[in-house]
Structures are given as C-alpha cells and as structure tokens.
Design a protein around this ligand. Structure first.
Ligand SMILES: Nc1nc2c(ncn2[C@@H]2O[C@H](COP(=O)(O)OP(=O)(O)OP(=O)(O)O)[C@@H](O)[C@H]2O)c(=O)[nH]1
Ligand SMILES: [Mg+2]
Length: 212
C-alpha cells in the first residue's frame, strides 16, 4: 500500500520530541499507533530516524555509544509516535541502570498495544547478534511485525551488501519480517523505509489496515 508522498512529508515535518521515558509509570497513554527503533548501541538508530523523517536533528546522535538513554517519544499527535529506544549491549552503565532499562524495555515490548511494528536496526557488518535474535524471537511470539534495516551499507561494497541482504532474507523467510539495505550516511534505502514507516503509522488515515 502506498500513502501519497505529500501526506507523508506533512506528517514527518510536524513530528516533535515529546518526552523521554525512564520508567514504566512515565509512559504516555497506550493509544493510537507507534513504531519503535531498536538495535545494538551505536548501530545508527537515531541517525536512521533523522534520515527517514528528513529531519536533521530530531533524534540526537553521537559517535560514542550510549547516547540514547531513555525511550524517546517523537510525536505527531497524541496518537502517532516514533520511539527511539536505548541501544542494547551498551557496557558503560551501572548494573542497576542496565536492569532498569531491561525491565522498562521488556514491559514496553510486551504490553504496548500501540506498537505497530519494530524497526530493528543492525550494522550490516555484524548482523544478527545475540540481542537481535532475541528480539526477533520475541516479536514472533507476540505476532509483532519487524522491519530490519541493515544500516551502514556504505561500509561494504555494493555486491557484499546485496549478498548480506540476501542471506538475511533467506534466514528470515517468515511472515511479518522484512529486510532492506540502508545507509544513513549515503541515503541508501531512505524512500523504502520512509514509505514503510508511513504505512505502519498512518495507514488508518487512508482506511487501509496494516498487518498486526
Ligand atoms: N558510515 C556510517 N556511519 C553511520 C551510519 N549511521 C550512523 N552512523 C554513525 O554511527 C554513529 C552512531 O550513530 P547513532 O545514530 O547515534 O547510533 P544509535 O544507534 O542511536 O546509538 P545509541 O543511541 O548510543 O544506541 C555515529 O557516529 C553516526 O554518524 C551509516 O549509515 N554509515
Ligand atoms: Mg541513539
């Protein structure tokens, strides 16, 4: 399904940072629809969000891992959110902080009705790490669609990047999981991801249903 470009442009241009959530009780009301960006620390989740929404500095990025420390909600309205999740695998935090994040993330992923799709960002050079696989297993159990972005595709030759994509696609030959190449640096795959994100967030607005 294709939502018209001018609608998508309008929606994404109006997204605003809404809140950073550090504990379960701070979560905004579970209504409407949202897409969350998950992935290992430093894979480029925040950079991907900025590229897809064509907003230079909507989400804060950093060269050093561990930049995003809360669930950051970017909202178009009370009913439409993008969520930038803290990266998993970030070592330089205390054990109690790690447990706190894990608890919050587990709760969010398990109970959030508004969550329409998980955009799982991986570094194309090191895809399918332990946490990625856990996330995919979990999503399958909950019937939650996942769109995998193999980011930093600029770090590989075109043929190596395509080979990596095909390998993952073969492994992921199941419903509810799709996969694409992406480079936040070189703008690879932006349109495809943008359209997919718009479908999950806003399909209702055009009276079409997205799978869940
Ligand atoms: N070469 C290359 N570098 C990228 C790409 N996307 C992001 N980066 C770089 O990777 C680093 C991390 O980017 P972030 O977007 O902050 O990553 P993150 O996953 O949000 O990190 P945390 O919030 O710490 O988990 C930055 O130095 C980015 O410039 C890409 O497609 N190609
Ligand atoms: Mg980040």
């Amino acid at each position: 399904m294709v939502i018209r470009t001018h609608l998508v442009d309008g929606w994404f241009s109006q997204l605003e940072f809404n809140m950073g959530v550090a504990s379960i009780k701070q979560l905004p009301p579970d209504q409407g629809r949202e897409v969350a960006f998950a992935g290992r620390s430093n894979v480029g989740k925040s950079s991907v969000i900025n590229k897809i929404t064509r907003r230079r500095a909507l989400a804060r990025t950093s060269k050093s891992p561990g930049r995003t420390r809360e669930l950051n909600f970017f909202s178009y309205s009370q009913d439409r959110h993008l969520v930038d999740l803290p990266g998993y695998g970030y070592a330089k935090v205390t054990e109690s902080q790690k447990q706190n994040w894990a608890k919050l993330l587990d709760h969010y992923l398990m109970h959030r009705q508004a969550l329409a799709c998980l955009f799982l960002v991986m570094d194309i050079r090191h895809p399918m790490g332990k946490f990625d696989t856990q996330m995919l297993d979990f999503a399958r159990e909950c019937d939650l669609p996942v769109h995998i972005l193999l980011n930093k595709a600029d770090k590989l030759s075109k043929s190596a990047a395509t080979a990596a994509l095909h390998k993952i696609q073969q492994q992921m030959a199941q419903d509810q999981v799709s996969c694409q190449l992406f480079s936040a640096l070189k703008n690879t795959g932006v349109e495809e991801a943008r359209q997919r994100l718009a479908d999950y967030l806003y399909a209702e607005a055009t009276d079409k249903k997205v799978p869940r």
